[in-house]
Ligand binder design. Sequence first.
Ligand code: G4P
Length: 526
Amino acid sequence: MSLHDEIQRRRTFAIIAHPDAGKTTLTEKLLLFGGAIHVAGAVKSNKIKKSATSDWMEIEKQRGISVATSVMGFDYKNYKINILDTPGHQDFAEDTYRTLTAVDSVVIAVDVAKGVEPQTRKLMEVCRMRNTPVIIFVNKLDRDGKNPFDLLDELEEELKINVRPLSWPVNGGQNLKGVYNIFEQKLDLYTPSKQTVSESIEFTDINNPDLEKYIGEQDATQLREDMELINGVYDEFDPASYLAGKLAPVFFGSALHNFGVKELLDCFVQIAPSPRPTQTVERVVQPDENAFSGFIFKIHANMDPNHRSCIAFVKICSGKFERNVNYKHVRLNKMMKFSSPTAFMAQKKETVDEAYAGDIIGLPDNGGTFKIGDTLTSGENLHFKGIPSFSPEMFKYIENADPMKSKQLEKGINQLMDEGVAQLFINQFNGRKIIGTVGQLQFEVIQYRLEHEYNATCRWEAISLYKACWIESDDRSELENFKKRKFQYMAVDKDGRDVFLADSGYVLQMAQTDFPKINFHFSSEF
Ligand code: G4P
């Protein structure tokens, strides 16, 4: 197969959802259809069980499981599908944001009863920033839920994207009869089963009186009315708007009961994008360029204290990657070859000889060779853009608890930050180091790893901060003036950029009003 064809057949995406909406179940069902697994229950949830939230070693064990399921590749029809897993626990949201930089599209799972939940809203913001095409799967149709029209309105409003149903439920909850597959004009009848796939019947004309035979008079009338309303309210599905990230097709189903999932997958492979061009500082990289290029979007550390090893995950942006071929590590300006790159097929990690744009490969890294955002190429100096850090939500001063080990502490902190565990800010006023995270768990993770991997001990001290935001301005004197006025609250990030530490929402708002020429950014990429 030509390079172009190999790349065109790839579909690399992530499923995102608020915990419990059904991401793990849906992933598993997609793998079942792809023949990648043969029994339900094979995919372990990487969701951190509620009871274990304070025991983060338990969480690490679960994260250990999740490295195997970090990427799940399988073939379906003529397509090569790569599903990128995202952590279920919101304290690892930053990992999810980064994973979203490596996908070409997204499926959002929403619980029919709960509708849009906080985590969904947040993740959708990231998709919107990147114009990532999204498909919405409304799950748990076998349970009583919201009225589908109300739900569509909620999706539009809360996720700030136009929607277009491509399937439609026939009744719901206990009375669920099926879904009408608008995309393929089929009637899929519901058989509540966790193992078998539902039957679907060609049904191009819903005015055909046979409809009553299948779903009864009342539901047939309702479906006809609903379809009329849908066709009146919503424009025809426009694939170009979907690809531009402006329109989300919506499917309905029940992942647990294997219902509506195949319909989703069949439509997905047809409409979802193959690998998209990637923006670098220097130029736009097309996926089917011959030369290889890729970037590191995730680093997964093995927690075994005797054996510090990491896997750096590379999204291939162009060309073909080959084992034992020299590639340039652009930041280090060094040629390197990799003898044991791994790819992820089904749930197995295996050494591969080659991989193509759209694929994810894992490179073993035992010496801190890679940082998040690093670029590998066939030789060109490229720097991929688009791996933002978001303004953290929790802050603590980090102090050295063992004066004999300050070098170890310094090294540990730097490496953990390169891995993207948390963000480091240095207060310009007192020189103290502040660690910013999205969740409480990261503080525990950092402390534990410093001790066990770097032989360093740290102590946390409380700091009351509301937000850290990156600031810049075209007006140099205004910027200097601001920094002078706020000198106690100024910090730099690990790349030396100016960061304003606002101790309350009010202070931030006042600063924005008083200094209109200063731009305040809530993500590191602007
Ligand atoms: P997550 O990864 O998004 O957190 O969700 P997950 O798939 O683990 O699903 C959360 C719960 O919802 C699970 O139940 C799962 O069985 C259930 N579920 C998923 N899809 C459906 C569906 O279509 N219908 C119904 N009724 N339930 C669904 P649990 O009790 O938390 O776990 P388990 O003991 O069943 O594994």
